[in-house]
Design a protein around this ligand. Structure first.
Ligand code: PEP
Ligand code: MN
Length: 348
């Protein structure tokens, strides 16, 4: 029987922790004999098989009765692999010994943009000694105006790698275009897909083929479901390590750069097993508001925050009004750490 491999996932088949390989093979064989197919989902302690094909045919196979099968879960949401229905618990993502998700809160900080070696290294050292768990910084920058500074590109990636070596912090940096996949994937520990590229489906598929965690930012006009569907593109290609980021959406409000949709944090955590972090810097657009939005994120149960800092923010080439001066970062981090502990979590 022919199999349409583009079909949607319909069921999750949870095998017993002790199920031997031949029972798993038997289930996979049964699926393919009936015009369906199964894929073993990565990243689970016991084996989970995603079953694709016709829902009625799958129902008829009575998979729950098969040897070694613990339970069968129908998937009802349009997003499948990212759905909280598809995982037994919350996903914890690890890179260079730092974790995000579950009890692990990520404090990601650094400049908006790499402007120079000195500015980047100074910022990286300050945020590291204040207890940040990851360094951020853009080498390729998405700018509204084509006349604005576009980032240092590959030279910026080299500076960021030096800052990582210097501080030991894992590095998150943005990938804007498929032409830069190799350079960015080689340099980064976490590949950032920016808000403007959230629905660049070809780019999402590309990062889905890599083995680096992806930090996927919500588009300013994207619904929560659209964000989850974007993440689904990445997981579908085989990369299960995605961190979602709420960074503010467009509304009629003009007193902040964007409107931080704080409810997105608990809604996403209900819908998905993936970690959910918040970017208070781009949401606020003003540094005075960043600590309050960051505190709100921790209190709402976010798995981390990503914050911009600069040694001389008023002279920054990008996002000058919203970057926290590095001189104030230590106090900011102490306050966040206190709240993170209240929430029963720890940084990193
Ligand atoms: C950034 O993180 O510097 C950035 C450009 O963010 P966003 O994609 O959320 O606008
Ligand atoms: Mn920025």
């Amino acid at each position: 029987m022919s199999v349409d491999e583009s079909g949607e996932i319909q069921l999750l088949i949870m095998m017993n922790a002790a199920a031997p390989d031949d029972q798993v093979e038997e289930v996979l064989g049964l699926l393919s004999e009936n015009g369906s197919y199964g894929r073993v989902a990565p990243g689970h302690e016991s084996i989970v098989i995603g079953a694709f094909g016709d829902r009625e045919v799958l129902k008829g196979l009575q998979l729950g009765e098969r040897e070694g099968v613990e339970s069968v879960l129908p998937i009802s949401k349009p997003y499948k692999l990212v759905s909280s229905e598809s995982a037994p618990g919350r996903t914890v993502i690890q890179t260079r010994g730092r974790r995000v998700g579950g009890d692990h809160f990520a404090l990601i900080a650094g400049p908006c943009t790499v402007e120079s070696r000195e500015q980047t290294l100074t910022t990286a050292r300050v945020v590291e000694s204040a207890g940040a768990s990851m360094l951020r910084g853009g080498a390729f920058k998405p700018r509204t105006s084509p006349y604005s500074f576009q980032g240092l590109g590959v030279e910026g990636l080299e500076i960021l790698q030096e800052a990582r070596e210097d501080t030991g912090l894992p590095l998150a940096t943005e990938l804007m275009d498929a032409r830069h996949v190799e350079a960015v994937v080689d340099a980064a520990d976490v590949i950032q897909i920016g808000a403007r590229n959230m629905q660049n489906f070809l780019l999402l598929s590309e990062v889905g083929k890599t083995d680096k965690p992806v930090l996927l930012k919500r588009g300013p006009s994207a619904s929560i479901e659209e964000l989850l569907m974007a993440a689904e593109y990445i997981l579908k290609e085989g990369n299960p390590r995605v961190i979602l980021c709420e960074r503010g959406i467009k509304t009629f409000e003009r007193s902040t750069r964007f409107t931080l949709d704080i409810a997105a944090v608990p809604v996403l955590q209900e819908e998905t097993h993936l970690p959910v972090i918040v970017d208070p810097s781009h949401a606020a657009g003003r540094r005075e508001l960043v600590p309050a939005l960051a505190r709100a994120a921790v209190a709402a149960g976010a798995d981390g925050i990503i914050v911009e800092a600069h040694p001389e923010p008023e002279r920054a080439l990008c996002d000058a009004p919203q970057q926290i001066p590095t001189q104030r970062f230590g106090d900011f981090a102490d306050e966040i750490r206190g709240l993170v502990e209240v929430m029963g979590k720890s940084i990193g």
